[in-house]
Design a protein around this ligand. Structure first.
Ligand code: FES
Length: 103
């Protein structure tokens, strides 16, 4: 599934990049710009960022659930990521107007 229409980035590419970043440093704070920088891409309209934030949260939770890390540290780390929902307006507003939709 395509997440970023501007850069043609799929959900799988985003997930693989997040796992790659977590394997380098399991406690790194991953934000959409870090994922895009790793993919050598840049956010253009940034309308995909709310979905990228949700993917970061889901993949990071799954990654740490598989690891032997302590629960308190994971919650603290993910709370910082969840704060990005406020910054990027996740779920409530994709910052796209209907006139910018391709379909
Ligand atoms: S949809 Fe990803 S930058 Fe526009």
């Amino acid at each position: 599934m395509l997440i970023c229409h501007c850069n043609l980035i799929t959900q799988k590419e985003i997930e693989d990049t997040i796992i790659q970043l977590l394997e380098k440093d399991p406690w790194t704070l991953i934000v959409p710009a870090k994922v895009y920088h790793t993919l050598q891409k840049r956010g253009r309209c940034c309308g995909c960022f709310p979905n990228v934030v949700e993917t970061i949260i889901r993949v990071t939770e799954e990654y740490h659930a598989r690891s032997e890390a302590g629960g308190e540290e994971v919650v603290s780390h993910l709370d910082r990521v969840r704060e990005l929902r406020v910054q990027y307006g996740s779920r409530t507003h994709e910052r796209r107007t209907t006139s910018h939709r391709a379909a």
